[in-house]
Design a protein. Structure first.
Lengths: 57, 522
């Protein structure tokens, strides 16, 4: 049994971490960049909570 | 009269909820063992291929079907599939999307309560004490067999089960926005923080490179074994919580033109972070450092419970500040468990609220009563194999339902309408090749997984191969384990029939209501 992290082990570990962390950064960055004018219109099936909150405003 | 239905308070809320549903014990216990025993780093090759061909597509399909069904006021599979296909049989197939999650809850809540219990014992120092005495195996055995008493007549396991059950239902009672969303907004960041704490501690242990090597050094010869590809596909499938019906239910509360494409991808990304980055760095590398590489395969054979509840306390007992990190470990797992268990309750509650027209209190009450009664089967029948029975039935339901969803999306709803639904409000463009993936590749992969499961697992499970008859204690009464096993099967059948009858009655009542309304209008 090989001991320690071999070069290929380092490569797989690094690539996996890089891929997944990049995947997360990409997704969350795009998510938080959503602009106000992209907020959606109310559902046809209304939510009572939304109506109450609009009334409060 | 317009139907009142909740929505998620924010897009981040639904993403954290779906990610919370996905992140569970499997991320930290199942994945590392699967990866280490199936080629190490090389396992990531079939794993990522399965993520692209099965995991992400099925997740997208569930989100799309869910949001579409939500437009018609449906929050669970029977209603959603009925609305989408307009076929009378679809609502009955939809029972899988209620039975599957409810069945999981029957035993998941109990296992989750062990994590709460062990968090408590870690906090009080009891766990470190029994570990130092070499008694952790006996302690765990006594705990789950209800021998450890909190006070006379109340086993610790049952006490923590009651507390965990109560926590789950309090969250569910407060609903999507004020219950599930708020809980996940606290729990998911906490999971990340606790995970990073354990990650940093692990990476600072001397000789950890040996452990990381065992986990990550690739063994490419394993890729020639088809079993490794099935294991990777299975791991992706179960880790993303697809095929349960939960994502479909959660997505039904998403606003009509709100993005689901990026949301789904983000939830998958968050799950992979927990699984590969955190999960892939903890258990197996630590086990190698403490026990040595030659003993790890024996440790892996202990299974998820043995690894989590017996091996990890021993490992933490040998490192500095181990007692503290033991608490962090079990707290992490408990939070991961509760975000998942709450999600698997929601489809049944949504079904009762949206389709049966019952109020929230009554819906939550009915689900609580049913899951409590059947949950007792897990508490008292664990030793006899009741949980194993529920577990294999769950596997079958999940794979089958995922296949059903995929076929309905691509072939009955239609791939053009499906892609249009997915793209509505999307913040990212779905690559065109996914049309081919949705229509052919994903169903083919799911058929292969289901086929492999039916051939390899079904006969031995159904025929109880390797299970010998023995006498066990069920709620203090000595019975044959076969009685408990067959009793569990009967109980599952009763639940299935009850759901189907309830579905039939609910739709007939709706049809009568509509006819009465038409009559009144005339």
């Amino acid at each position: 049994m090989q001991e320690g992290l071999t070069l290929s082990g380092w490569i797989f570990l690094s690539l996996a971490w890089l891929a997944i962390i990049s995947f997360n950064v990409f997704c969350f960055k795009k998510l938080f960049k959503e602009s106000e004018d992209q907020m959606v219109s109310p559902l046809e099936i209304e939510s009572e909570i939304d109506r109450i909150e609009e009334g409060k405003k | 009269m317009k139907k009142l239905r909740e929505n998620w308070g924010s897009k981040l809320g639904v993403i954290l909820a779906v990610a919370g549903s996905a992140v569970g014990l499997g991320n930290f216990l199942r994945f590392p063992v699967k990866a280490a025993t199936n080629g190490g780093g090389a396992f990531l090759i079939p794993y990522f291929i399965a993520l692209i061909l099965i995991g992400i597509p099925v997740a997208w399909i569930e989100w799309a079907l869910g949001r579409n069904g939500g437009k018609y006021g449906h929050g669970s599979a029977p209603g959603i599939l009925n609305a989408i296909t307009r076929k009378p049989w679809a609502k009955y197939i939809g029972f899988l999307g209620i039975f599957g999650p409810v069945l999981i809850f029957f035993y998941y809540c109990y296992i989750e309560s062990w994590l709460l219990g062990f968090s408590w014992f870690a906090l009080t120092g009891e766990l470190s004490k029994v570990t130092a005495e070499g008694q952790i195996g006996a302690f765990f055995g006594d705990y789950i067999s209800l021998k450890l008493q909190a006070f006379p007549g109340m086993p610790f396991a049952f006490l923590f089960f009651l507390i965990t059950f109560f926590i789950n239902f309090i969250v569910i009672y407060f609903g999507i926005r004020h219950g599930i969303e708020i809980m996940n907004k606290f729990a998911m960041p906490a999971i990340v923080i606790l995970g990073i704490m354990l990650l940093v501690r692990t990476l600072t242990i001397p000789n950890i490179a040996h452990g990381l090597g065992y986990m990550w050094n690739p063994d490419f010869s394993k890729l020639l074994d088809s079993k490794v590809w099935f294991e990777a596909a299975g791991q992706i499938f179960f880790t993303l919580s697809v095929g349960i019906g939960v994502i479909m239910t959660y997505a039904s509360y998403v606003r009509r033109k709100q993005d689901i494409a990026l949301s789904s991808l983000t939830a998958c990304a968050a799950n992979e972070l927990a699984e590969v980055v955190i999960g892939g760095t903890l258990v197996i590398p630590l086990a190698v450092v403490i026990y040595g590489a030659s003993n790890v395969s024996e440790i892996a054979k202990l299974g998820t419970f043995g690894l989590g509840f017996q091996t990890m306390p021993i490992i933490f007992g040998k490192i500095t500040l181990g007692g503290f990190f033991l608490f962090v470990w079990f707290a992490l797992l408990f939070l991961a468990g509760v975000t998942s268990s709450v999600s698997i309750l929601q489809p049944a509650v949504s079904f009762l609220e949206d389709d049966a027209g019952l109020g929230r209190r009554v819906s939550v009450g009915i689900v609580a009563l049913v899951t409590f009664i059947f949950g007792l089967l897990s508490v008292f029948g664990l030793e006899a194999g009741a949980v194993d029975e529920m577990d294999w039935m769950t596997d079958f339901c999940l794979i089958t339902f995922a296949l059903v969803e995929t076929i309905i999306f691509a072939w009955i709803f239609g791939i053009d309408k499906g892609m249009k639904e997915l793209s509505e409000g999307a913040q990212i463009k779905i690559p065109a090749f996914f049309r081919f993936v949705f229509k052919y590749l994903t169903p083919a992969c799911l058929v292969a997984i289901l086929g492999a499961w039916l051939v390899q697992n079904a006969p031995s499970r159904i025929l109880l191969k390797g299970v010998k008859e023995s006498t066990v204690k069920f709620a203090g009464i000595e019975v044959s384990n076969f009685i408990v096993i067959h009793g569990t099967r009967l109980a599952m059948l009763i639940v299935i029939i009850a759901i189907l009858i309830f579905t039939c009655v609910t739709w007939r009542m709706k049809a009568i209501d509509e006819k009465l309304k038409q009559f009144e209008e005339i």
